[in-house]
Design a protein around this ligand. Structure first.
Ligand code: ACO
Ligand code: KIV
Ligand code: MG
Length: 511
């Protein structure tokens, strides 16, 4: 049985999903969960992309001990230097340098000849090897590259010291048969290929990312790259949970498996979904809400008699399990903390205390507290850096014949308060106009979603907003039993993120 290594790029390619942007603290939270899931490599970001990305890679590198931390870099010395700086504290680090090799990219994007691409790839790997033992080279758009040239590049970068060579299907163009053949050819023709990791990286433009990754494994790939829930640029990347479950469930066929702790899959998927705002569709394989639900009578009858009639994966094997701890009004801090650990959180005492206080408040409003309630609560209370504003109160005057008017009171990081009122086209609009006035920020609301986190009349509502200010796009999430309060919390959080990006929150807190 071969062991396939898992390279997770949720924090890099996953964050390239349009509209997604994850703060440093959120990235650390996801990375710690990925470490628990047992991924071999975590691509924490693209350090040269922005100071924020460099900081995120560095923070993840400091906190994660059992997975190798990777930063992406172009074949540019400045990019590699920034990656080196960010990865200095990692227990195990890997530089991931890429350069496109396909004719389309060579001609139109890089404007380089084959010879120049070959020379630059070798030069980049040689430079990276001065600082890193582990260097991964990716031939971007490898799948649309002439096979002779691709083999030449792979051979040259191996000679220059690359320890992993990745063959991405950057634009999701391949069929499984074609993609597998590339790996077969490279295995046959490239000297030295048996001594390195050969990696696949698939995109889902034609819905074949997972099938292509599995075809690569069949043809000799030793590492699979992808993201949790398949998030990523355009249609996304190969969903790692699907790859892992396909290998596990069909190891009779693939004769390969991963070292993932599969029981952590549900938790990881939920965490990534919450922190990115990318909602997992109900029918999504492995982690969708319906993945283990049976609707029709004949199926229900079969499952009641013997689960394997209609279930090829046991829900418990991927971490969908029944509650062991039932929390309520009479629970104390120990049980609460235990529940947080069970749900996959690694919170500081300050964060636990804040979440526990809200939990007790919620107990007075709700009879039963479900895991989803706790997840929503904790997520809302996670301390994410210095927050410039906190919503203290929101009041609304509304009637079907009058103009809605809202007043809000915000508390600044230094303890001072600001209060404003405004009219709007609807309740939410008036709240948002009042917050704009109180903060003095001009932003555009580009997305607004309401979800019910839990069920019943006393359900928690979750609001997700996306705001734009100039080039900045941020998201915010708020949870409350009242959707208008949740709307206000989400909006204030998004504004805090804008301020954090502009560096103002930090200045305000330290001045
Ligand atoms: C397939 C992938 O997922 S690749 C990763 C994609 N991810 C990202 O691009 C996110 C992060 N990117 C960024 O923040 C920015 O693009 C930066 C900071 C890297 C570069 O920004 P800018 O200097 O403004 O350049 P811009 O993005 O407009 O253009 C990219 C430049 O890099 C060049 N380039 C692209 N890939 C590579 C590479 N692998 N090695 C060297 N140069 C490259 C392009 O040809 C272009 O060069 P040019 O300016 O001489 O025409
Ligand atoms: C940077 C590379 C590996 C990439 O994401 C791609 O080619 O899709
Ligand atoms: Mg990619």
């Amino acid at each position: 049985m071969r062991t396939i290594e898992i390279f997770d790029t949720t924090l890099r390619d996953g964050e390239q999903s349009p509209g997604v942007n994850i703060s440093t603290n959120e990235k650390v939270e996801i990375a710690l969960q990925l470490e628990k899931l047992g991924v071999t490599r975590i691509e924490a970001g693209f350090a040269a992309a922005s100071p924020g990305d460099q900081k995120s890679v560095a923070e993840v590198a400091k906190r994660v001990k059992n997975s190798t931390i990777v930063s992406l870099a172009r074949a540019v010395k400045g990019d590699m230097d920034k990656a080196y700086e960010a990865l200095r504290h990692a227990q195990n680090a890997c530089l991931h340098v890429f350069l496109a090799t396909s004719p389309i990219h060579r001609e139109h994007k890089l404007r380089m000849s084959k010879e120049q691409v070959l020379e630059k790839a070798v030069e980049a790997v040689t430079y990276a090897k001065k600082y890193f033992t582990e260097v991964q080279f990716s031939a971007e758009d490898a799948a649309r590259t002439e096979i002779d040239f691709l083999a030449e590049v792979v051979e040259a970068v191996i000679k220059a010291g690359a320890t992993t060579v990745n063959i991405p299907d950057t634009v999701g163009y391949m069929t499984p048969y074609q993609y597998g053949n590339i790996f077969r050819e490279l295995r046959q023709r490239v000297p030295g290929v048996e001594g390195i990791r050969l990696s696949c990286h698939c995109h889902d433009d034609l819905g074949m990312a997972v099938a292509n990754s599995l075809a690569a494994v069949e043809a000799g790939a030793t590492q699979v790259e992808g993201t949790i829930n398949g998030i990523g640029e355009r249609a996304g990347n190969a969903a790692l949970e699907e790859v892992a479950l396909a290998l596990e469930t069909r190891k009779d066929f693939y004769e390969a498996t991963t070292k993932l702790n599969l029981k952590e899959i549900a938790r990881t998927s939920q965490l990534v979904s919450r922190l990115t705002g990318m909602i997992v569709p109900g029918n999504k394989a492995v982690v969708g809400a319906n993945a283990f639900a049976h609707e029709s009578g004949i199926h229900q009858d079969g499952v009641l008699k013997e689960a394997t009639t209609y279930e090829i994966i046991r829900p418990e094997s991927v971490g969908f399990k029944s509650n062991k701890l039932v929390l309520g009004k009479h629970s104390g801090r120990h049980a609460f903390k235990e529940k947080l650990v069970e749900l996959g959180y690694h919170l500081e005492q300050e964060e636990i205390d804040a979440a526990f206080a809200s939990f007790k408040e919620l107990c007075d409003k709700k009879k039963e507290i479900s895991d989803d309630d706790i997840l929503a609560l904790v997520d809302g209370k996670m301390v994410r850096g210095t927050e410039m504003y906190r919503l203290e109160s929101v009041q609304l005057s509304y009637g079907n014949l009058s103009v809605p008017t809202a007043s809000v009171r915000l508390v600044r990081a230094d303890g001072s308060t600001c209060e404003e009122a405004a009219c709007g086209n609807g309740s939410v609009d008036s709240i948002y106009k009042a917050i704009d006035r109180a903060t003095g920020e001009e932003v555009s609301l580009t997305d607004y979603k309401i979800l019910s986190v839990t069920q019943g009349q006393d359900a928690l509502g979750e609001v997700f907003v996306r705001l734009q200010q100039g080039d900045l796009t941020v998201t915010g999430r708020g949870v409350s039993t009242d959707v208008l309060e949740a709307s206000a919390i989400a909006y204030v959080r998004a504004i805090n993120k804008i301020l954090e990006r502009r560096g103002e929150a930090l200045v305000a807190a330290t001045s």
